[in-house]
Design a protein around this ligand. Structure first.
Ligand SMILES: *Cc1c(COP(=O)(O)O)cnc(C)c1O
Length: 427
């Protein structure tokens, strides 16, 4: 099947082509629950694999260091205008190679090595690039970190403690404050962070990599108007190619652009810029508003079904696309569960939970999300079945019952065949 889909590749490099063909089958047949992944449309795939690949375009539209940019300028200008329109911002830079370099550009724009920066701790749900020790951002800068509450009250347990964030910010006066993360199942209060950043005299960055698509579709409040800089990847809920964007008010536009190029990067990846432009066009359609709300509805339904089946969820549920299951009370830890689920055709990642007693490479949780399954058209009525599969797979992991895992894998493949994924040739 891949030979007809990628004829030149199959002829030139059949070995590599076979790996891609196998990946197409894997993505078609499995239930992909990794909350940072998605299926891009065929249109985004096409735009990302074009002759735009062949161009060098250092600089920005109308201000390039290379000739022959007539068409590239139009492509990038289109992506910029669409980003500004969709997110309601003054300025957008669509050139960062990915989320991590985008965040590094923010440091370059606003801080000096050794300055204090503040973000959520990685094991609490933050991102490496928010000043965590093993990241360059935590060794070149002085990272101070906030977390979530540990209380007996289920109403506040696992939520960001804004009083503690404020206290830390006022004590440390960081140059930068990051809000947002990779394992946060609850709504971020951008107005509360803005008030804290104003008091502390800090530049506030909303890293919405995970929730950009929900924001675009109106299913999560927008940071626009509250924060100095919005950083986002384009490939998670936004459903674009792997890339990133930085958005800001006009007053920070020059600093952000200078930091991305020439501060940190050389030539932009024009084929990615084109894919981003297409994804932003798709995200501006009414169908994407329905998609974003369906992602959240599915996550809430899945969380409810998991709670009913005796699972413990960090913060007791979800407001967005993401659920963090705490397996502390179960017989198997996160990694064992994740690997068993993988054998059952359900792809998740093991993850630390706040105050995890276990090590990061062998933690207590698994992280799941609904962006991909919603892109395939699954709805809330399917979520009890998904919760059943997860329950059965975790039980089978405890009993080392490979037959049970195989049976689940076949059931999953059956349902997936009825809900073909966007952009995939098979189903
Ligand atoms: C995914 C993510 C990033 C990093 O993006 P990469 O493209 O993997 O470098 C940064 N911040 C947050 C909050 C993320 O979720």
């Amino acid at each position: 099947m891949s030979a007809s889909r990628h004829p030149a590749l199959s002829a030139t490099d059949p070995e590599l082509a076979s790996h891609i063909a196998a990946e197409e089958v894997l993505q078609a047949e499995t239930l992909r629950l990794i909350p940072s992944e998605n299926y891009v449309s065929a249109a985004v795939l096409e735009a990302s694999g074009t002759v735009l690949q062949n161009k060098y375009s250092e600089g920005y539209p109308g201000r390039r260091y290379y000739e022959g940019q007539q068409n590239i300028d139009r492509v990038e200008a289109l992506a910029i205008e669409r980003a500004k329109g969709l997110f309601g911002v003054d300025h957008a830079n669509v050139q960062p190679y990915s989320g991590s370099p985008a965040n590094l550009a923010v440091y370059l724009a606003f801080a000096q090595p050794g300055d204090t920066v503040m973000g959520m701790a990685l094991p609490m749900g933050g991102h490496l690039t928010h000043g965590w020790g093993v990241s360059a951002t935590g060794s070149w800068f002085r990272g101070v970190q906030y977390g979530v509450r540990a209380t007996a009250d289920p109403e506040t347990n696992g939520l960001i403690d804004y009083d503690a964030v404020r206290e830390l910010a006022l004590a440390e006066r960081p140059k930068l404050i990051f809000c947002g993360g990779t394992a946060l199942p609850r709504t971020i209060d951008f107005a509360a962070f803005a008030e804290i950043a104003r008091e502390a005299g800090s530049v506030l960055v909303a890293d919405v990599a995970h929730i950009a698509g929900l924001i675009a579709g109106g299913a999560h409040p927008s940071p626009a108007g509250h924060v100095d800089v919005i950083s986002t990847t384009t490939h998670k809920t936004l459903r674009g190619p792997r890339g990133a964007m930085l958005m800001c008010r006009e007053e920070h536009a020059k600093a952000i652009d200078k930091a991305v190029f020439p501060g940190l990067q050389g030539g932009p990846h024009n084929q990615t810029t084109a894919g981003i432009a297409v994804a932003l066009h798709e995200a501006a359609q009414p169908s994407f508003v329905r998609y974003a709300h369906a992602v959240v509805a599915n996550a809430k339904a899945l969380a409810a079904a998991l709670l009913e089946r005796g699972f413990d969820l960090v913060s007791g549920g979800t407001d967005n696309h993401l659920i963090l299951i705490d397996l502390t009370g179960k017989e198997v830890p996160g990694k064992v569960a994740a690997k068993a689920l993988d054998r059952a055709g359900i792809v998740v990642n093991y993850n630390t939970v706040p105050f995890d007693p276990r090590k990061p490479f062998d933690p207590s949780g698994i992280r799941i999300g609904t962006p991909s399954l919603t892109s395939r058209g699954l709805s809330t009525e399917h979520m009890p079945l998904v919760a059943d599969w997860i329950t059965r797979a975790v039980d089978a992991a405890a009993k080392q019952d490979e037959t049970a895992l195989k049976a689940i894998r076949a059931e999953v493949a059956d349902l997936m065949a009825a809900f073909p994924a966007p952009g995939l040739p098979l189903s």
